[in-house]
Design a binder for this molecule. Structure first.
Ligand code: ZN
Ligand code: ZN
Length: 395
């Protein structure tokens, strides 16, 4: 859907020119579009400013690219966002001049030929702001040192996860993008299944999946597609290799697509020929755990409660010690986002968080089973986005 209002545009020429146009432009927005629905970027910046006020900061330097993308719409690979309580500026280099002016909403675009960090720090230095923050997790030790040297008179605060926390609760537009990324990956998966015949290698299967995802419009896979056959399925993050598929083997496929900047993530485990009774038992245990996990998802419940629900089932089957990772993770602009659905996560699941539910059992020397869906956290429970069947599939 097109944006409801004009986005502020800064001059691409130099930082100073943009600065001078600030007040005039801000006033114009209000009078032009009094009835317009605020854009998601305006809402996100407002939430961040509230967070700044709570943390008694007057500005935040946003250097994590997924966070810059989330707050501005800019998808380039080089950009720094400087947000104060009143303004926000995206600084990027001339390669992204056109793209930034097309994509950025609610922030002014500043094109800098030299070092964007130096340009933004100069701007910070000129301002009267005294207490400003930077993203501690996204700035290297050396860069932090450089910023502190360039800003000797400012009180600099390293923040941790401020924008990432805002990103947990999606808006319906974001959920729709994730739903489309989920459907795209599911289609690539379903169309690849008939190719799983003896002799095909793990790498070939990964290539077939990724080729289809790209053909259907994916920008790229969300991560390196995981394809494992036989005993290699016991490696939760197996890397596809040259091993050929053999009759009677278990096949684990973990894949995702990025579409319009949003990621999807799904895992299915299938069998080429009838599984052994032990393999079938493991499969049914994981399926039951996965379904119990989804049943536990609801706005307000602790993240750890979802993990407990899956773990309890696997323990009952005697497979507890073979479940070696958390139950799930948030998904959005990145494949692994907050919240984490792990044993120790006491935070409540907010409404409209998008998370995976993916228990697995990995028995060394035997093999592994994982089943993974993406769900939206709703007041009444989980809305499952992944529509691919989960019953035991024998090819
Ligand atoms: Zn996955
Ligand atoms: Zn996952």
């Amino acid at each position: 859907m097109p944006q409801a209002q004009d986005s502020p545009r800064g001059s691409p020429c130099c930082f100073q020119a943009v600065h001078q146009s600030r007040d005039r432009e801000g006033a114009g927005q209000v009078s032009r579009m009094p009835q317009a629905e605020p854009s998601p970027y305006r809402i996100r910046l407002a939430k961040l400013r509230k967070r700044l006020e709570e943390g008694r900061l007057e500005g935040l330097l946003v250097t994590s690219l997924p966070n810059v993308h989330y707050l501005t719409g800019f998808s380039g690979t080089a950009g720094i966002l400087w947000v104060t309580l009143r303004d926000s500026f995206l600084l990027t280099d001339p390669r992204y001049d056109l793209q930034a002016h097309e994509q950025v909403q609610e922030s002014r675009v500043v094109i800098v030929s030299g070092d964007a960090l130096v340009a933004v720090v100069k701007r910070m230095n000129r301002s009267r702001l005294s207490r400003v923050g930077f993203e501690g997790g996204a700035v290297s030790f050396l860069t932090q040192k450089r910023i502190r040297e360039l800003l000797p008179k400012k009180r600099l605060v390293a923040t941790d996860g401020w924008v990432e926390t805002l990103r947990i609760e999606k808006d319906e537009g974001e959920i729709e993008q994730i739903r489309r990324a989920v459907d795209l990956a599911s289609r690539a998966y379903s169309e690849t299944l008939p190719l799983l015949r003896p002799g095909i290698t793990e790498i070939e299967v990964a290539a077939e999946i990724e080729y289809r995802m790209r053909r259907y419009g994916a920008e790229r896979p969300s991560f390196e597609t995981i394809v494992a056959f036989g005993a290699r399925t016991a490696f939760p993050h197996a890397r596809a290799g040259t091993r050929p598929l053999q009759a009677g083997e278990c096949i684990l496929l973990d894949l995702g697509a990025i579409l319009n900047g949003y990621a999807s993530d799904m895992t299915r485990t299938v069998f080429l020929g009838k599984p052994t009774p032990k393999a079938a038992r493991v499969y049914h245990a994981v399926l039951e755990a996965q379904q119990e996990g989804e049943a536990a998802v609801k706005a307000g419940v602790e993240c750890a409660a979802v993990d407990r629900a899956t773990r309890k089932v696997l323990e009952r089957y005697g497979y507890g010690r073979y479940f070696t990772h958390g139950t799930g993770h948030g998904v959005g602009r990145e494949i692994h986002e907050l919240p984490r659905l792990g044993k120790k996560q006491r935070t409540p699941l907010p409404e409209r968080a998008v998370v995976t539910v993916e228990p697995g059992v990995y028995i060394p020397g035997f093999g592994g089973v994982r089943i993974e869906d993406i769900v939206v956290v709703r007041k009444e429970g989980a809305e499952v986005l992944t529509r691919t069947p989960k019953e035991l599939t024998v090819l």
